[in-house]
Design a protein around this ligand. Structure first.
Ligand SMILES: C[S@@+](CC[C@H](N)C(=O)[O-])C[C@H]1O[C@@H](n2cnc3c(N)ncnc32)[C@H](O)[C@@H]1O
Length: 299
């Protein structure tokens, strides 16, 4: 399916997203310049079964993105991964590196995400429903996901966490921050216990949903990494030490299944945002993976 979308916020957001790499690396600087020029048209392509790698190599077949021969050759050549020593260092310093990212960029990097209700019905108000709906956002950054929703829907309450203390402080300092409607806290979701910050059973109750969105396989930014940035299959480090994993839908489904979500009740797909500059005949295919996982009512 292909339809036109005029969504300045998401477009700018994704352009800026790639621009983060550009600040510190020459090859990525070129990308920044290239993407800043892209202001003309944006199209969305959702899953279709038609995509294929041009050289017929199964490994590079993708449901929404057809790789060029040059892109396939680049991926095939980029086989050397960063040393174990550096990988361990990056793992240990993950929190510090994201915190430094927010020190450098403050609240100016990501734009408010006004598209979330369009992508996730679950975030829309339910007419017959009374009482408040509670959402926990993991990796909230400086709050760009929660601000539009807080303004539009009085019935929502947000818990929002991030492992960068600076990002959390930016959330709390934002004029939209209202402690009666949201609670931001610092935590490393891979290690910390949430119970001190999120009352038990207030999120992920039976009948609740897990909503997922992150970078997808063969996203434009993934194909732009220079050699020396690869950590493992589909996993890369940016020049500033922050890392990006480019998910396959299968990987996300597998992870969700491991956490007890029933595959038959799950939805997971690639979403393509194509930013086009007609004047320069340039097209930047951003790929995301988007998933919805339902916690059974009786478990
Ligand atoms: C790409 S940013 C997205 C920010 C925000 N969700 C938004 O939409 O603008 C990813 C965020 O995840 C946070 N993060 C990464 N690993 C984390 C972890 N283990 N625990 C909590 N937050 C984490 C980072 O600090 C960063 O703010």
């Amino acid at each position: 399916m292909e339809n036109k979308l005029n969504n300045e916020d998401e477009k700018c957001d994704e352009i800026k997203d790639s621009a983060s790499n550009a600040k510190v690396d020459e090859s990525e600087k070129a990308l920044d310049t290239e993407m800043k020029k892209m202001t003309v048209t944006e199209t969305i392509t959702e899953n279709s079964e038609s995509g294929s790698g041009e050289d017929g190599d199964e490994k590079f077949v993708h449901p929404v993105r057809i790789l060029t021969e040059a892109e396939i050759a680049k991926l095939q050549k980029d086989v050397t991964c960063v040393s174990d020593f550096k990988q361990n260092k990056l793992e240990k310093e993950a929190q510090k590196n994201w915190d430094l990212f927010y020190k450098r960029n403050t609240t100016k990097f990501f734009k408010d995400r006004h598209w979330t209700k369009r992508e996730f019905d679950e975030l829309c108000p339910v007419e017959a429903e009374t009482g408040r709906r509670t959402v926990l956002e993991v990796g909230c950054g400086v709050g760009n996901f929660i601000w539009p929703l807080l303004q539009e829907d009085q019935s929502m309450f947000f818990y929002a966490c991030d492992f960068s203390p600076r990002a959390v402080q930016f959330v709390k300092d934002n004029p939209n921050y209202d402690p009666s409607r949201c609670s931001a806290f610092q935590c490393d979701i891979t290690n910390d216990d949430l119970s001190g910050n999120v009352p038990q059973d207030s999120v992920m109750r039976p009948g609740g949903s897990l909503l997922f969105r992150d970078y997808g396989l063969y996203d434009y930014a993934m194909l732009r990494f220079a050699p020396g940035h690869k950590l493992s299959e589909n996993f890369y480090v940016r020049q500033d030490g922050t890392r990006a994993y480019y998910f396959t839908t299968e990987k996300v489904l597998e992870l969700a299944e491991r956490c007890g979500f029933d595959r038959s009740q799950s939805q997971c797909e690639y979403v393509q945002r194509e930013t086009v500059n007609k004047k320069e005949d340039l097209c930047v295919p951003r790929i995301f993976v988007q998933g919805k996982f339902l916690k059974p009512k009786s478990s």
